[in-house]
Structure formats: C-alpha cells, structure tokens
Design a binder for this molecule. Structure first.
Ligand code: ADP
Length: 268
C-alpha cells in the first residue's frame, strides 16, 4: 500500500493545537519514510502531538517511555518461558515494524547504548530490523514510522544523542506554546473560564523566566493543565498553585518562598 494513502481520521484524534507547521512536517516525514525527532522540554505537548498524528494518519501507536535500564531486547523482544516451552514474544518496536505502526520512543537518550545500534539500520534507507535471536530480518513497510523525543534542556553531557544517531532523523524543535495558544489549550483541556486561565498562563510565564537562575526547568503546559483542573474541580486557587505550580518545581524552601512571592505579585 503506498505510504501517501493517508486515512484522515481527524475527527477521532485527541485534541492537539499546533504551534506551527509541525503537523505538515510530520505528514511529510511519514510519506517520505523518514524518522522524526522531537526536541523540547517536558510537558510541552510532544506526546499529545504524536498521539494526534497517529490518529490523523490512522496508524496504531506504540509508545515506549525510555529509562536508563531500557535495552534493545525490551524494544525488539525476547524468548519467554511458557508452560515449559520457550516462546518468542515481539517487543513494541518489532510489533510496530510488522504492523506498519508508529513507534514513539519518549526520552530516547535515557535508553541504554545498545538501543542506538538497533535504531541505525531502521533509520537509514535500509529500513531493516535485524532480530538476532530469531535470525529474522524485518523490512519496514511504508506505514512504519519511528518517532523519538528528547529534552535538550538537561545539561547532562553523558545524556545527549550522538551525532551519528541524531543525523538520521528529521527534527522539530518544540517549546511551550505562546500565551494565547497556551490559554486556548488549557481552556480546551479543563473548561476553566478564560480570565482565570489567562492569569495562570501569565503566572507560568513569570515562573518560566526564572529558569536557569533558580529553577532547572520552567513550568510545563502539563502543570498548568493540572492546576486549572484542580481549580475547576473546586480547589482554592492558592492551594492549587502550591501543589501544581510550586511544589513540583523545587524542594528548596527559599526558592519556594520566592515563587509564592511571584504568585502574590501576579494575583495581587
Ligand atoms: P511531553 O510529551 O512534551 O512531555 P505532553 O504531550 O504529555 O508533553 O503534554 C502535556 C499535556 O499538555 C497534555 O496532556 C495536554 O493536556 C497539554 N498540551 C500541551 N501542548 C498541547 C497542545 N499543543 N495541544 C493540546 N494539548 C497540549
């Protein structure tokens, strides 16, 4: 089946408000059978974007949250003991290749080194997945797509993508949405009134300005959605801000007091 045959199932896709032309870039990557890397801070909409695009393109989605113990076998599969017999069980990457699905490796830099070895033949024009343990070599069809994400904001020299891996992907740089879009997102996600959301987004902007000085990471869109949800559910504003926008950002008493002072300025 040609890759360009897109089944546009937009109606059932999870809500996603684009920040720019990322939906077009994703579709072009899919049609051109090119892997895609999403760079950006945590909680800015990368996972939602992939879920949305998978639904729009009518492809199943396999999401893998990578962690420092994740190995190639976790992605490819392994022999498991079943009733005295060993049976091969596909991992999510193998399943995605076989089914012509989208495989999303969230925070791919966290994974163990042997994972990149597996990704290399899949992310160049060979589009092959060798399964050493079974001797199979799978060829990815036009509907298979590999998407990976990572957060370049963490200043960890050991946890960055090697150029030889990175240069196999198209890449899109994500950031938190501009205020008017973020307001729209939070309203859509929570139903909270616009004036209240607008103040929360303004507050988030002020908190984000502290990144690099007092805070390692700025407030994510995810946390604003959480905060608005709590408020929409009846929690007093001050408490919702404390548990959703202050405590998740820092453990340091002085910094937290500084954040509370900022809240007082915005809501003063
Ligand atoms: P990431 O994968 O970048 O860590 P997520 O995709 O999980 O972040 O986004 C966190 C939450 O923020 C989502 O569950 C959604 O509520 C909201 N969100 C962020 N950006 C958007 C967007 N552009 N459209 C719709 N929802 C968004």
């Amino acid at each position: 089946m040609p890759a360009a045959q897109l089944s546009e199932k937009g109606a059932s896709a999870p809500f996603y408000l684009p920040q720019g032309d990322e939906c077009e870039v994703f579709k072009a990557a899919y049609r051109g059978q090119m892997p895609l890397l999403l760079k950006g801070p945590t909680g800015c909409g990368k996972t939602r974007f992939v879920a949305h695009m998978a639904a729009v393109l009518g492809r199943p989605l396999y999401t893998v949250a990578c962690h420092d113990d994740l190995s190639a076998a976790d992605l490819i599969g392994r022999y498991l003991l079943k009733g005295g017999e060993t049976e091969w069980v596909d991992g999510p990457l193998t399943r995605a290749v076989r089914e012509g699905a989208i495989c999303y490796l969230d925070e791919v830099v966290e994974a163990r080194k042997d994972v990149t070895v597996v990704l290399h033949p899949l992310t160049d024009d060979r589009r092959m997945l060798p399964i050493e343990r079974t001797g199979e070599v799978l060829e990815a069809g036009p509907q298979f797509m590999l998407v990976a994400s990572y957060n370049p904001g963490y200043q960890n020299i050991l946890k960055t993508l090697k150029p030889s891996t990175r240069q196999r992907f198209l890449a899109i740089d994500f950031d938190f949405p501009p205020p008017d879009r973020e307001i729209e997102i939070v309203i859509q996600e929570t139903g909270l009134a616009k004036e209240r959301v607008a103040l929360l987004v303004r507050l988030a902007g002020k908190l984000r300005a502290l990144k690099g000085q007092d805070l390692e990471e700025g407030v994510s869109t995810r946390l604003i959605v959480y905060c608005a949800n709590l408020i929409a559910g009846g929690m007093p504003l001050e408490r919702a801000v404390q548990v959703a926008l202050i405590e998740p950002l820092s453990d340091d008493a002085d910094i937290k007091q500084g954040l509370r002072d900022l809240v007082a300025v915005v809501y003063g």
